[in-house]
Ligand binder design. Sequence first.
Ligand SMILES: [Zn+2]
Length: 311
Amino acid sequence: MRLFDAHCHLQDPRILTYVPQIITTAQSLGVTSFAVNGVSENDWQSVKHLSQSHPSVLPSFGLHPWFVAERSPYWFNSLKQYFDSTPSAAVGEIGLDKGSHGRSIDFSEQVEVLKQQLELAKMLNKPASVHCVRAFGELLDIMKSMGPFPAGVILHSYLGSAEMVPEFSKLGAYFSFSGFLMSLKANKAKKMLKMVASDRILLETDAPDALPKANIDSLFFVEGDPSLPKELQGQSSTSSSALGTSLNDKSQVLTDASTLPKETLNHPANILLVLDYVASMLEISKEELAELSYQNAVRVFSYEGSKVLHT
Ligand SMILES: [Zn+2]
């Protein structure tokens, strides 16, 4: 089984030092590629470095809505320079956020920054990875006014409505699902997933965020995660336990992810749990979903200059 993590943040300072081990573990489980998204001027260099040192890392550069207020006057020039020097890069993470974190950031500035970056993605013929929280109506209007997007727009950790799926699809959207999907009511998730055409589904982890809600003995943990309870320290992705067998002796105390601290770090190998969940909602086999989401990811990431074309 091959899997493609269509959206994650391996450059995040919480996990950066563990990346070689994280990649090795995830690869041993069939994850061949990691679309690593920058979020602000401060981490683009780190994303670029990861891409240079790991063939499996596909870089993306973008200014995330949470970091719009602190952007420098040169942010857009700097962004364009990153694309000049890194032809393998896609655009992301960009977007709109009216949630608990985003609503303190001026929305008209978020819109302006998003539009600039969507325009750039169109001009460069690259896909863009888009974050959207409580602003799907606004996002759809913007995409309608600027679209379509033949190189693709990846609606990452999509939690929008079923009704909007066909409208976004017409404009070139892909729908990428992470552990956050488990926060939706199952019947709502099912209804929405069934609206997504099979050639538009992607899977992602958004690691180190979005730890799936699952049994602790099926989860993969990041070695060295300081937020892990003592009982789970050392039961990390390097141990045989995380490579398939369970943490049985621990599971009497801690049985599911809701008992873990909310800062617990997500590991890209947990894409297996996202796969399980989405496959069960769609009532198709894991193997079928793995392969079709893999093919979709390869298609959207096969723009000119991409590493995917060379693998
Ligand atoms: Zn993200």
